[in-house]
Ligand binder design. Structure first.
Ligand code: NAD
Length: 260
């Protein structure tokens, strides 16, 4: 379905981003991976994805906490692969603390990566998409783009910001063959969440699985984690013709989290 398209997925060396990159490559898209990790493991993942799907898979290790680096990722993609059709703004980090104890440098880092990078990537990609008259901007927001949770002020502020930014992107590109949407996952058991499960397990003196069940039962009525594969499927749907008129909005994949 996406044969010949070029997709950039930020933060795709693990977790949700990797699941989305895999799903887009499986549809025939050439993919640019980005994120941190061990060089040999990233190369293994890159080569394996390229080989299994018969597509070009590049890796760009840009640190997206700088706006110039985000723009460089997009420009470098167009230079190397000739185009950018799909931009998945996924890279994100978390830090939990009460507002009055929240370290300023953590606040700044979360806003830079989880919110400002979405602006810089979109700004760099849109001129190419407008020229091509086709494009897909997919922002990985969160249930925390729709509701709050204590101790997550920077993350919730950034994700709500992403939701607003997505609406404006949808309006500015309406009718131009470009759509911009957010995906709002609930709990997904990635490195980002495993850290929170470990912290809760230590706090409550329980094992990891008990803490994982408690995390789900507090927020996610399905009592099941959302998976990177399911989010990959959602991203593929947003790239399909069936989604041509879906823009400026969001899709929750949260097991019912935000239904109550
Ligand atoms: P993860 O920690 O598994 O993956 C994060 C990715 O971002 C990794 O590839 C990492 O290397 C990369 N990254 C981190 N800092 C970076 C930087 N400065 N520059 C470039 N890349 C960087 O986390 P995840 O759970 O897969 O999260 C992906 C996105 O999904 C985030 O935006 C997160 O907020 C969102 N999300 C996650 C959940 C969840 O439950 N896991 C729920 C809702 C939304």
């Amino acid at each position: 379905m996406l044969k010949g398209k070029v997709a950039v997925v930020t933060g795709s060396t693990s977790g949700i981003g990797l699941g989305i990159a895999e799903a887009l490559a499986a549809q025939g898209a050439h993919v640019v991976l980005n994120g941190f990790g061990e060089a040999a493991e990233i190369e293994r993942v890159r080569a394996d994805m390229a080989q299994r799907h018969g597509v070009t898979v590049r890796y760009d290790g840009a640190d997206l906490s700088s706006g110039d680096a985000v723009r460089g990722l997009v420009d470098g993609t167009v230079e190397a692969l000739g185009r950018i059709d799909i931009l998945v703004n996924n890279a994100g980090i978390q830090h939990t603390a009460l507002i009055e104890e929240f370290p300023t440098e953590k606040w700044d880092a979360i806003i830079a990566l989880n919110l400002s990078a979405v602006f810089h990537g979109t700004a760099a990609a849109l001129p190419h998409m407008k020229k091509q008259q086709w494009g897909r901007i997919i922002n990985i927001a969160s249930a925390h783009g729709l509701v709050g949770s204590a101790n997550k002020s920077a993350y919730v502020a950034a994700k709500h910001g992403v939701m607003g930014f997505t609406k404006v992107t949808g309006l500015e590109t309406a009718g131009l063959g470009i759509t911009a949407n957010a995906i709002c996952p609930g709990w997904v058991r990635t490195a980002l969440v495993e850290k929170q499960i470990s912290a809760n397990a230590a706090r409550d003196g329980v094992d990891q699985e008990t803490a994982a069940r408690a995390l789900l039962s507090e927020k996610q009525p399905s009592l099941q984690f959302t998976t990177p594969e399911q989010l990959g499927g959602t991203a593929v749907f947003l790239c399909s013709g069936a989604a041509d008129q879906i823009t400026g909005t969001s899709i929750s994949v949260d097991g019912g989290w935000t239904a109550r």
